[in-house]
Design a protein around this ligand. Structure first.
Ligand code: ADP
Length: 447
């Protein structure tokens, strides 16, 4: 096992990784921007290094500064968390060149999955079902029309370099197609510096269901079940649960083992998530994330595994400690992403946190880097904490969530806690009857 790991991230995920390291007896190095000098991850780490000014491109995305921080402190490995450099193949390559272990898959696998067209083709070759669509990239409008006629309207134009729900446009008929194409291309070019797009059948009422995998990079992999992340605003998840209210054990085993076999064929190392849309009993691959996900705690709650410790183990060269039959699922878990935002307008609400009180008790976990007196900087994303509840059944989780939200206090800023309280009163949420459009429709009705 490593002696010292550098955590190239901030906020709740930096703390999450730090906790896993500490339980394994690993020394931790925090890095931070000048805006984060007082952050909790800096306070709790064994050592810390300032890597630049507030903007992320000058600090948390500053590869030379992070490599220098490893060299100064003697860190042998880097945990990238999620976001920032976690899916940056060049960063993985540079670390390798410096003899530092990137805690994650190979740069090659990050590259394959980071380009959605290549990812889709690879998934298909590995036996994973994909959304019907173009064979690869689509360059001109005539080709787009041919493809769209073939698969049938509505279609969605997506950026191959896409992420964070950007660069996606729906076309309901041929009349919409030209504008959708050019908007998606220019949005993609502006956001990712790559205007390549591809076309998919637009699914009208799917759920977003994703499979968690863990591989040792030596040809062994297991799946850790699914998460349902259908409650989304602007294609961003806000609530995740395991298991999905829509799947039975047989369906889970079937898609899970198909994905685990595919990851074995690929020789995948570390944790990863294969995302699907699920409609009328069928799964359609949309993308793979080659990192730890924000919503990993719901999987931890139903499997009893610490996913970050598993990442550290396989990164240090250990074999997988489990076969599929060693993995068992128990109970249910739900996560709410709590943001520093106005709960109706979603306008960011940075500033000083005057007081905080986290809920507790059986089956309640809060992953957060907040403390009283902390100033939330305006430079980074607005996630300030994750509330995860677990219990024997979904019904128990819903009651526990209601109870935990009522105990949760954050004073001085606005948070999205009231939104979750409202959602818990909605019959569709209580019954688990929601698809990826449910929340947008609900918010439109409230407005
Ligand atoms: P990103 O990498 O930007 O998050 P994804 O490909 O993961 O993009 O898609 C994000 C979300 O966009 C999905 O969870 C779903 O809500 C919606 N979406 C993507 N592809 C389709 C599709 N073919 N049909 C309907 N909705 C889609």
């Amino acid at each position: 096992m490593f002696d010292k790991v550098l955590i190239a991230n901030r906020g709740e995920i930096a703390l999450r990784v730090l906790r896993a390291c500490r339980e394994l007896g690993i020394q931790t190095v925090a890095v931070h921007s000048t805006a984060d000098a007082d952050a909790m991850h800096v306070r709790l780490a064994d050592e810390s290094v300032c890597i630049g000014p507030p903007p992320a491109r000058d600090s948390y995305l500053n590869i030379p500064a992070i490599v220098a921080a490893c060299e100064i402190t003697g860190a042998e490995a880097v945990h990238p968390g999620y976001g920032f450099l976690s899916e940056n193949a060049r960063f993985a390559d540079i670390l390798t060149e410096h003899g530092i272990k990137f805690i994650g898959p190979s740069a090659e696998h990050i590259r394959i999955m980071g380009d959605k067209i290549t990812a889709k083709l690879t998934a298909q070759e590995l036996g994973i079902p994909v959304v019907p669509g173009s064979e690869g990239g689509v360059n001109d409008i005539d080709e787009a029309k041919r493809v769209a006629r073939d698969i049938g309207y509505p279609v969605i134009i997506k950026a191959t370099a896409g992420g964070g729900g950007r660069g996606m446009k729906v076309a309901r008929s041929e009349a919409d197609l030209e504008i959708a194409m050019s908007t998606a291309q220019s949005e993609a070019k502006a956001a990712f510096g790559n205007g390549d797009v591809y076309i998919e059948k637009y699914l009208e009422k799917p759920r977003h269901i994703e499979i968690q995998v863990l591989g040792d990079g030596k040809g062994r992999a297991v799946h850790l079940g699914e998460r349902d992340c259908s409650l989304q605003r602007r294609h961003q998840k806000i609530w995740e649960e395991a298991h999905s209210p829509a799947l039975n054990a047989h369906q889970r085993d079937e898609i899970g083992s198909r994905v685990a076999r595919a990851m074995e064929k690929l020789g995948y190392e570390g944790v990863g998530t294969i995302e699907f849309l699920y409609e009328n009993g069928e799964f359609y691959f949309i993308e793979m994330n080659t990192r730890l996900q924000v919503e990993h705690p719901v999987t931890e709650a139903i499997t009893g595994l610490d996913l970050v410790q598993e990442q550290l183990r396989v990164a240090s060269g250990a074999d997988l400690a489990y076969t599929q039959s060693d993995i068992s699922f128990s109970g249910h878990a739900i996560e709410c992403r709590i943001n520093a935002e106005n709960p109706t307008t979603f306008a960011p609400s940075p500033g000083r946190v005057d007081a905080v009180h986290f809920p507790g008790g059986l089956g309640v976990r809060v992953d957060s880097a907040l403390y009283a007196g902390y100033r939330i900087p305006p430079y980074y994303d607005s996630l300030i904490g994750k509330l995860i509840v677990s219990g024997k059944s979904r019904t128990e989780c819903m009651m526990r969530l209601k109870r935990a939200l009522s105990e949760f206090v954050v004073e001085g800023i606005e948070t999205t806690i009231p939104l979750f309280q409202q959602l818990l009163a909605e019959p569709d949420i209580i019954d688990g009857h929601y698809d990826i459009h449910w929340l947008e429709h609900y918010l439109a009705r409230q407005a």
